[in-house]
Design a protein around this ligand. Structure first.
Ligand code: SF4
Length: 835
């Protein structure tokens, strides 16, 4: 690209403001029209008219070309010899401020609101143009700096990590392998490059498990690998960074499995001196792993096997003093495919059936007492960023006006319903910060039930008809507030969204407040309005390490089987009820007993303990009532209301999860405020949803692998790049995070491709086939196939969901290429016609 720095810098400045102008005054630019007429098949063209250096800047696929032009050139525009010169995304990002300072200076000021239209908008654009011209003509040094940085960016990018060679900041540089067959432990030191490419969390987990597990392994056999992986930032003071991920091949879905939990256990792993712990093999008898400062040992678990997680934690704490523990209850011990792994007595990595994997290895618990310190690249800066962010969050939590609004929430929910306004229109980070801190996820309960987000009566009901306000209001967050007896939060969290409740009339003291998912799964989904029963069920399932979302789905399936006469009283015989019992909609009486039967695999509980998909194979004619995606029960967010969620439920490597990356979920709150330079734009059309989903999926994989809590996305701007730099010394850009996330998502997808578990079947009822005849979801049907195709196209996968060879090569996943020959996609419909 031949450009004279002194004379050509101006057109770059002009290009920046013209880009904004063109996007605001769509299709009115004469030059743009000329371009379109000439059918150049351009992705995007910017025209800089800063004469005499007018130029055409063309973005084509991933490249950018610059062509100086004069008016006469318009005649022969088709004949131009455009040379593709640079990396389009780099260039574009530069102007959008993703790599530099332009955005804060200019673009933020242009930020418009939905109410700004007509002449007001034009005035704002004119102001912007004027400011841009002033800035770029008067401030030549800034323009030069930008220009220089653009030209040198490729080189800089390669040097991003080089200063850090030999240094390990924010991580330990060691992982622990525990061979349960041989009862041996071994340390491994991953290359720095592995951290740079996969960060931590399930990024690191995916790298090691993909490379070390044999394809087609039995998920409940000794060959499965179970990884406990804290995020890269976990264990530091970075706010919201206390999460860790558990990974393995999932026995519930047959593909990649991961689950996420908070509390203190993730940081404890980092402070034990390891960045991850992986288990292989199977112990002959039940054991637990003890990691002390100078001692790592596998110890017989005979005294804790059979105990619930609270009893297990108490026993180990008595023995070792202050320690952090992750363990399984009866669910995992009995290899229930809907069981998870619990830490901090009630924080559960619930999904994907990983409790069963731990149980299958005869591993009862991990107990950590070590407290090593992590090296931090720039501790002072990390503390400064942490303090200023926490101060901001505290201001939001104490905002007086929003506080008033939070109090009015229940009546407000009704107003939303009556006016048919979606709650996601209120993208106010102060509101989200405040209600999460004050009421937690139950804040959503009344609103979600009202607007049709929480599924009613196993996806067949309408709240207004079958589960009216007088029944559901008792479960609403603001109602539960009067029983509040203390807060519960994760390590390094400025919000603490959990709580304990004490309810004298129920004779209950300091019980965990159920999360929204549990409340919805055991109320509207099964038409149960008995709050006490829900509190006790939540407590029991947490203690036994059973996923409350899946278990709620299983109970709803069972009640529908009873209603349709497929299950009879005698099918429910158990120790407590030798003659059997008959659980029904609208009755709470036997639900806890049913949950106990599931945890113990007693009677019919043995069939139900493996989830609805497997149970439907055992109970004749029941398939229609089994609501799941790829074997995993769906969360309490009905995709018939928020359609993009179905794309996540069906295409994410771990199906049926609302916490997996979802553009629509990200945008329910003010997700776009989270990070400068990262915005997601979606729309109603499948094409837009697919594209937005691909972008979100790339980002969220990095976000998760850093160990951040998803609720931080909705609390306003987070100094993410600055925090990563302060902790690790790495100079990452948003683009780097997107690339790393893309690599992680592609590797998770390749795991499933190799296992033949790519696209997950979905129950017809869940996609609105047939559509609901009444209520807020009336007539809604989801075209999941079309959305999936656009998602695959935008993330570099083929139509059948298998990653393209070029994608693998671009992402340095060459080690996966040879597996492509054995990969199996699912070209047929994902909609399960039998359901
Ligand atoms: S917001 Fe809630 S889930 Fe997230 S880190 Fe804080 S306490 Fe944990």
């Amino acid at each position: 690209m031949n450009v004279d720095l002194k004379s050509d810098v101006k057109f770059i400045g002009m290009a920046a403001f013209l880009h904004a102008a063109i996007s605001y005054v769509k299709n009115t630019s004469i030059m743009r029209k000329k371009l379109e007429k000439n059918d150049l098949n351009l992705k995007l063209a910017l025209i800089a008219t800063d004469l005499p250096n007018a130029a055409l800047i063309i973005f084509e696929d991933k490249q950018v070309a610059v062509k100086p032009l004069a008016e006469k050139d318009w005649e022969n525009i088709n004949k131009w010899d455009i040379k593709i010169e640079g990396d389009c995304q780099t260039f574009f990002d530069y102007f959008m401020g993703r790599l530099g300072a332009v955005r804060p200076i200019l673009f933020r000021k242009l930020k418009t609101t939905p109410y700004l239209t007509g002449s007001l908008k034009l005035l704002k654009v004119l102001w912007f143009v004027k400011t841009s011209v002033k800035l770029f003509t008067e401030n030549i040094s800034l323009s030069e700096a930008m220009f220089y940085k653009f030209y040198n960016y490729g080189q800089e990018k390669r040097k991003l990590f080089s200063e850090q060679e030999g240094d390990k900041f924010g991580y330990n540089g060691k992982i622990l392998w525990v061979d349960l067959d041989k009862m041996e432990v071994k340390e491994e030191e991953p290359d720095t490059e592995i951290y740079q490419k996969y960060l931590g969390g399930y990024g690191l987990g995916a790298y090691y498990i993909y490379n070390r597990i044999k394809p087609d392994s039995d998920p409940l056999g000794p060959e499965n690998i179970l990884g406990f992986c804290p995020g890269l930032l976990t264990g530091t003071t970075a706010p919201f960074s206390g999460r860790y991920m558990i990974c393995a091949k999932s026995p519930l879905t047959g593909g990649w499995g991961d689950a996420n939990s908070g509390g203190r256990f993730g940081p404890a792993i980092k402070k034990s001196g390891y960045d991850a712990i992986f288990f292989t093999g199977k112990a002959e008898k039940p054991v637990y792993l003890l990691i002390e400062e100078d001692n790592i040992e596998l110890i017989s678990a005979s005294e804790i096997w059979g105990k619930d997680v609270v009893e297990t934690e108490n026993t180990l704490t008595e023995k070792y003093g202050r320690c952090d523990i992750a363990s399984i209850g009866l669910g995992g011990e009995n290899r229930s495919l809907i069981s998870g792994i619990v830490n901090d007595s009630s924080r559960i990595a619930a999904r994907s059936g990983l409790g069963a994997v731990m149980g299958s290895k005869n591993l009862k618990a991990i107990c950590i007492t070590g407290k090593q310190r992590l090296n931090i690249a720039n501790k002072e800066e990390m503390m400064k960023l942490t303090k200023s962010y926490i101060k901001k969050i505290n201001n939001k939590k104490n905002d007086f006006i929003i506080s008033y609004f939070v109090k009015l929430a229940p009546s407000f929910a009704r107003l939303l319903r009556l006016t048919n306004i979606h709650y996601s229109n209120f993208k106010i980070s102060t509101l989200y910060a405040q209600f999460l801190a004050k009421i937690g996820t139950p804040f959503f309960y009344g609103i979600m039930t009202n607007v049709g987000d929480a599924p009613i009566k196993n996806y067949t009901g309408v709240a207004k008809k079958e589960f009216q306000k007088k029944r559901y209001k008792k479960m609403d967050g603001s109602y539960l507030q009067k029983y509040y007896s203390g807060s519960v939060g994760c390590y390094a969290c400025p919000l603490r969204c959990g709580a304990k409740l004490s309810i004298p009339e129920y004779d209950i003291e300091d019980i965990d407040r159920p999360e929204y998912e549990t409340l919805a799964a055991f109320s509207g989904l099964i038409l149960n309005d008995d709050l006490k029963s829900i509190l006790l069920i939540n407590d029991y399932l947490n203690r036994q390490g059973i996923d409350t979302i899946s278990c709620g789905g299983v109970v709803a399936f069972t009640l529908e089987c009873v209603e349709k006469g497929l299950l009879k009283k005698e099918d429910f015989k158990c120790k407590e009820y030798p003659e059997g019992f008959l659980p029904k909609w609208n009755e709470s009486e036997y639900i806890l007993t049913l949950c106990k039967m599931i945890a113990k695999r007693e009677g019919i509980g043995d069939i139900l303990a493996d989830g609805v998909k497997k149970a439907a194979k055992e109970i004749k004619d029941s398939k229609k009532f089994a609501i799941h995606a790829g074997g995993q029960e769906l969360p309490m967010h009905d995709a018939r209301l928020t359609k993009g969620l179905m794309l996540t439920y069906v295409t994410d490597p771990t199906p049926g999860r609302h916490t997996a990356a979802s553009a629509d979920y990200f945008l329910v709150g003010p997700g776009n405020n989270f990070l400068d330079g990262f915005k997601v734009k979606t729309g109603k059309k499948p094409k837009k949803k697919g594209k937005a989903q691909a972008k979100t999926a790339k980002f969220i994989q990095s976000f998760n692998s850093l160990g951040l809590c998803m609720f931080s996305e909705w609390c306003g701007k987070y100094p993410l790049l600055e925090m990563i730099k302060a902790i690790t010394g790495w100079n990452l850009s948003v683009e780097d995070l997107l690339e790393i996330g893309w690599r992680i998502q592609t590797l998770r997808q390749m795991f499933n491709a190799r296992e033949g578990a790519i696209r997950h079947d979905i129950s017809k009822r869940a996609i609105g086939d047939p559509p609901m005849k009444k209520g807020p979801l009336k007539g809604n049907k989801i075209n999941v196939e079309e959305m999936a195709q656009y998602y695959y196209e935008n993330i570099g996968f083929k139509e059948d969901g298998i990653p393209k060879k070029e994608t693998l090569e671009e992402l340095d996943l060459d080690f996966c290429v040879s597996d492509l020959s054995d990969a199996t996609g699912r070209p047929e419909s994902v909609v399960n016609e039998s359901l």
